[in-house]
Design a binder for this molecule. Sequence first.
Ligand code: BDR
Ligand code: CA
Length: 322
Amino acid sequence: IMMQEIKKRGIIIDCDPGHDDAMAILWALASPNLEIKAVTTVAGNQTLEKVSNNAIRVLTKAKRYDIPVALGAKEPLIRKLVIGGELVHGDSGLEGPVLPQNGFSVSDVSALKLFEKILEESEEKITFVGIGPLTNIAQLLITRPDLKNKIEEIYIMGGGTIGNWTPAAEYNIFADPEAAKVVFNSKLPIIMAGLDVTQKAYITREENEILRGQGNEISVFVAELIDYFSRYHYEVEGFPGCTLHDPCAIAALVHPELFESVQCNVDVEVTGELTRGMTVVDTIDYQKKLFGLEVAHNTKFLKNVHREEFVKEFFKAMKSLD
Ligand code: BDR
Ligand code: CA
């Protein structure tokens, strides 16, 4: 039988693993329509060295030694690094399950150089998935604006109309607000999985046992990631389950039908005393309706997710690995 070849979409995952980053990478690996061209790292949940090691270990666990891991920014564009993961992700940034030793080494070029090479060499446009502070992606847009026309879309986990680091700001945007501002104002299509939707994309304890019960190595591994990661969500945040922030960015790419969204203006507060790193989301279009301001509807803001379907698709993807 002739198999029709699936056209794969080339993506670059820019991340700071991180439990939910790890799960996002695995979901992307399991998606037949995606081809991960690179995993690039940025300091965030832990130091650059730690999150880069974690990226390699996750890919090693999935036996994907072929995907390059390149190191990005050690700190934000202009601010001091605020490590996000001590409480949530632990000392290594990926505490919980036993991780394999690194099965390969980091790329000998920087994240920025690798971005340039991939974009220059690709005939198709490339999609970015930014699930850590947006420093690397902003640096690319600032230094190589000529490569913007090689970028298809940018999927982001970050921001929201609520916060999780300060009452106003989500961690990824808080960590490097100037970078986020560059990305949101880049005129490239942005798809934003902020806290409004990611906090609805949770997995309960009972569901995590179903995941573990799937029995394959990756499902068990991910259930163990969730065992650790969920403690913070239950004990500190008082949520009904483990919040799968970063996987939402991948889900929005491979299962857009699971989400409800609105195309609207989003900008980033960089100077606020109480609101540094807040994403200002104009879902009602007030700026236009009340003041006639022609603000760009620069972002597809994800508002809601069909949680049960999301969990089902995630489990299916984890079962399909190894
Ligand atoms: C974001 O911060 C990190 O802890 C997670 O990996 C996610 O990207 C959630 O605010
Ligand atoms: Ca992350």
